[in-house]
Design a protein around this ligand. Sequence first.
Ligand SMILES: [Zn+2]
Length: 223
Amino acid sequence: MGRPRGSSGKKRKRVMVKFITRKTEANGKITEPYRIMEEIIKTRRADLKDVKIGITWRLGWRPDADGRRFLGYCRKRGDLDRELDQWDFIILLNEDAWPTFSDKQKERLIFHELGHAQLSLDSNGQPKRDDRGRLICRIRKHDIEDFRDVVEIYGWKEDLQDLAERGIADASRPLLAEAEKKAAEKKTAEAKAADRSTQNAKRRTKDKGMAATVAAEEAKDED
Ligand SMILES: [Zn+2]
């Protein structure tokens, strides 16, 4: 069945999003994406339990110039959006890709998208609220982001971002960095000294043993 045509006979513009209701109209069962999301929130993301997250199919998501196709996307709603409806976040799911995934892969995708959904916290680690009492939300960026060839050549364990943060922090407080360096050197020196004294003790024991053997042999000679 083709798309409906307008009065000019041309196909009408295709709408690329389709909101998923939490429950099916037919039997009132919770729809799969919500069921998966709610299970994740219950077991692993209790911080999101009061956050309103809607899920929407995204249709016809084509691969970009690099051949990457969006599988999902987590969108934070702005103040104007929230003025109009209840949703704090909307997760878009690629409607074409979804049926190609196993249960575990669907869970992984939703867990990933929920990873972007975060609450802003105050200095006491409590969620911040706006003057309407609503939770303030933010989007978390990926903490692992690289190219396949970089990972293949250099591995992904060395986190340059982390390294740079530490280096820059050290550079901005040279005295503290110096003190930390000295403390680390002292620790190494102490460890070496402890190691030396253990070795000396071993040697002494060995020498003593040797002396005893020599003494015993000398005593034997005297026999
Ligand atoms: Zn992502």
